[in-house]
Write a protein that binds this ligand. Sequence first.
Ligand code: PMM
Length: 260
Amino acid sequence: MGVVNVTPDSFSDGGRYLDHDAAIAHGHRVVAEGADWVDVGGESTRPRAEPVPVDEELRRVMPVVRALAADGIPVSIDTRKAEVARAAVEAGARLVNDVSASLAEVAAEGGVGFVAMHMMGDPRTMQDDPRYDDVVVEVRDFLVARAEAARAAGVGEVWIDPGIGFGKTVEHNLDLLANLDVLVATGFPVLVGTSRKATLGALAARVDPGGRTPPPTDRLEGSVATALWSVRCGAAMVRVHDVAATVRALEALELAAPVA
Ligand code: PMM
């Protein structure tokens, strides 16, 4: 899944694709590079981001969703708002990627797929002091409950996603990545998004002689490494910014060490 953020402030690529034509071109580019889905989002969910009014979010994403869907590209809409999800599905989006895990009804009504992602709290406060007794068990139980509710509401295709970086410390994120098999064992297809996230910056700083944290655009190695790890643990999809590098790395891994 390739990311197209039509936002001025996403941590990873904010401002690059705010212009509709640039966003549409980027959607085509990630498909040419090997993405099966293009995830279009108009509200940054980075820590401490302020919510975006619905009209502004619609203005940002709709021309992009409409154009990519009209070109036959499988579009996922990354939103927490029912109005935006509904409009995007009417315009041809086929997956509702909902970081609040609460829009299953919209996906059911539209006859499209649904991603239930785990987040503790909301983006404004989620990184303040996240605490869990057992992050893996709590995230799994939350996701299974939301995914079963989505099935009961009539959604045919339900994905689960641990929500790396959404109300989690570096250690929580690493614990989730180390135990992805627990999510895979639920039987729901698992989506993982580590691309360019702060945890990868923290890991890079641990091995940097000067303890330097690279900016989001300089976290390619960690992004690719964790995408490969996720796929080898059984994740069915990874959400990435650097599609070409990720696809090439996955292909090389498959050739070097094919899965039996
Ligand atoms: N991460 C971001 C946004 N949307 N959706 C899913 N399902 N999983 C994620 O991990 C996820 C997401 C934040 O990253 P961005 O600001 O680079 O889009």
